[in-house]
Design a binder for this molecule. Structure first.
Ligand code: GUN
Length: 292
């Protein structure tokens, strides 16, 4: 079994990005600037956004974190988005999800200028992705593609089973694995809460990408020998023995599944750090393509 070490690969990518930023600095050019909006006080979301901002510092980007109260109205959030759309100093920005229930997520995502939509969630960018056009690819699927590519994991002609159809991970992942090229050229099955006989389907998979958010869901009995296992789950589970009082648990029963798999991502240290690295990569692309 070979570990797909997202921590290490994400460090490599961040070093590559930092070198690009240094070149910009040396030439006296403006360095990339990422902004993130977070609405409310969800602990996990605050942690993720905090990591994104910290990663910006690490590679030499500028960053702006905008915290808005959980009572923020949709109109107030849309106003803030319009400000960021107009701000020529900001190359790209994200609105951390999920949003409080009084706000319509789709309306918010559609308000983001597609040229600054480094999450790749705007319908224009999502559509371009589906049509093989050059665009921002959502950071988590982009990170998984990058891991597969850098470890030269073969995807052509393989059966990829994606578990979970979220707009952020499962849906785009299913599109990307079926696209022409590498990584891609896979035969894809997208499974979800209405899928019947999931075990039967996962047992036929060469590659399983689990983005469900149910700790230890994928068991060794559900996969075939030498399958490639990508674990996107990052659920917080109470653990009084840790300093923070919780630990992060993936969708995959790592201890047993890793004995059968050919490649597997750990949690933590797999897909999570790759997501952040690819958000930075998209921000660098936004800066390079931008007319500033
Ligand atoms: N919430 C969970 N993952 C993501 C992500 O990739 N981007 C945003 N904006 N919110 C998220």
């Amino acid at each position: 079994m070979q570990l797909l070490d997202g921590k290490k690969v994400s460090e490599d990518i961040k070093n590559e990005i930092a070198a690009e930023v240094q070149k910009m600095r040396d030439k006296g050019e403006k360095v990339p600037h990422l902004a993130a909006i977070i609405v409310g006080n969800d602990g996990a979301s605050l942690t993720y956004v905090g990591s994104k901002v910290k990663a910006c510092e690490r590679v030499g980007f500028e960053s702006t974190l905008i915290k808005m109260p959980s009572t923020t109205s949709e109109k107030e959030l849309l106003k803030k988005i319009e400000e960021l759309n107009q701000d020529t100093n900001i190359d790209g920005f994200i609105v951390q999800l999920p949003l409080p229930p009084q706000i319509d997520t789709q309306e918010v995502l559609m308000a983001i200028d597609p040229s600054k939509d480094v999450d790749g969630f705007h319908p224009e960018n999502f559509g371009k992705m589906a049509l093989d056009m050059s665009t921002f690819i959502p950071a988590t699927p982009f990170g998984i593609l990058e891991l597969l590519e850098r470890y030269n994991v073969q995807t052509q002609g393989k059966h990829t089973v994606v578990i979970g159809r979220s707009h952020i991970v499962g849906r785009p992942m299913s599109i990307l694995m079926g696209r022409k090229g590498f990584p891609g050229n896979s035969t894809v099955t997208l499974t979800h809460s209405h899928t019947k006989n999931l075990n039967q389907i996962t047992s036929q998979a060469d590659i399983v990408i689990s983005a469900l958010g149910v700790p230890n869901f994928l068991k060794a009995e559900m996969i075939k020998d030498d399958a490639v296992i990508i674990d996107v789950g990052i659920t917080r589970v109470e653990d009084p023995t840790t300093e923070k009082g919780y630990k992060i648990v993936g969708d995959v029963d790592f201890e047993n599944v890793s004995k059968k798999a050919s490649y597997i991502t750990p949690v933590p240290g797999g897909v999570g750090p790759m997501t952040i690295a690819m958000l930075l990569k998209n921000t660098l692309l936004a800066r390079e393509n931008g007319i500033k």
